[in-house]
Ligand binder design. Structure first.
Ligand code: B12
Length: 280
């Protein structure tokens, strides 16, 4: 059976009645989903029909401001392995009024979650997820400097993921978001031994240590990390959070002082910790 390769971009442009370069722009901005095969962009018939069915003449203005599904556009570019297009989506989101913080939470994170779900459902090969990870790593590198806040620091915090926990993208994003709130962050990354949490916290005289757990299998190593911090620095507040810490009870079971359910929560907790250390 001959595999349906879809339409070339020239064919798709002709069917849409637009110039080739316009169709190319739709693709690179994540508005029209296309994949590259043997160096040529291909658009499926179903995607072309979906695109055509969307209201409004000018795709850039299709959805009212704020209602563009940037996560979906990013997902499309990440799955296609299109690093340039993924960056164009970021630039478009920023130009439309988003902030670097919202780019993390509303553009990149949903795209990654979607990729994870499609991988778990057997729709996407693991290589697609790895390629997407590489692209996101580079995007975070480019966006990072925009999170630096001038002015007086609120104190230092160590953020990392414990031994065996390889989900480090979220540690980088969390670190930037916490940095933007005025904290000095020691981002020790993923798969960090317990001793690294301790030495980083001591060296930076941190106000708290944040341990990020994404995969449930890392709970035991999280517990070891919390224990090691407890033994070395008994007064050091330890906050745990992430997809792998499903509830307060789980946080308590690994010996943490606090459970952070989300980012806002984490910033509030850090404020409390800072207030506590000021009054101590
Ligand atoms: C990219 C990815 C990987 C990459 C990681 C690369 C990297 N450098 O980070 C690689 C390929 C290495 C990987 C490996 C694995 N992965 Co993976 N991965 C993902 C994926 C697609 C994206 C992760 C991510 O960055 N998400 C973006 C973050 C921002 O989203 P989030 O985790 O939901 O976080 C939100 C909140 O929870 C909060 N938050 C998160 N952490 C923290 C921490 C604190 C302190 C706070 C306050 C808040 C907070 O902030 C976010 C706000 O939007 C997810 C899918 C998903 N749903 O996320 C799967 C996923 C996490 N992986 C999964 C699995 C199963 C694995 C593997 C076991 C696969 C395998 N068989 O090898 C291994 C485990 C490796 C290990 N030992 O850690 C499962 C986990 C399921 C489970 N039961 O726990 C997921 C959910 C995929 C799925 N749908 O099944 N993975």
């Amino acid at each position: 059976m001959v595999r349906d390769e879809g339409l070339t971009l020239h064919e798709a442009a002709a069917e849409l009645g637009v110039h080739y370069m316009t169709a190319y722009r739709y693709v690179r901005l994540g508005q029209l989903d296309a994949v590259k095969r043997s160096g040529t962009w291909r658009v499926s018939r179903a995607e072309l029909d979906r695109f055509r069915a969307e209201p409004s003449e000018e795709p850039a203005e299709r959805a009212p401001r704020g209602r563009v599904d940037w996560g979906q556009r990013m997902h499309s570019r990440l799955v296609a392995g299109d690093a340039g297009g993924a960056w164009s989506v970021i630039e478009s989101a920023l130009a439309a009024g988003s902030t670097p913080a919202r780019v993390y939470t509303e553009v990149i994170s949903p795209a990654l979650v979607n990729i994870g779900e499609r991988w778990a459902a057997g729709e996407l090969d693991i290589s697609v997820e790895h390629r997407a990870t590489g692209i996101v790593q580079r995007i975070i590198g480019r966006l990072g400097p925009q999170f630096v806040r001038r002015g007086r620091s609120r104190g230092s915090v160590v953020i990392g993921a414990p031994s065996g926990e390889r989900h480090g993208l979220v540690v980088s994003m969390l670190s930037d978001l916490v940095r933007a709130a005025g904290w000095e962050v020691s981002d020790i990354g993923a798969d960090s031994p317990a001793s690294s949490f301790v030495s980083a916290a001591r060296e930076t005289r941190s106000a708290a240590v944040v341990v990020s757990v994404t995969h449930a299998d890392s709970l035991e190593s999280c517990r070891d990390t919390v224990l090691a911090i407890r033994e070395a620095e008994p007064d050091m507040p330890v906050i745990v959070g992430g997809r792998g810490i499903a509830s307060r009870a789980v946080a308590a079971s690994v010996g943490a002082d606090h459970h952070s359910a989300g980012l806002d929560d984490l910033l509030d907790l850090l404020d409390q910790v800072a207030a506590g250390s000021r009054t101590a």
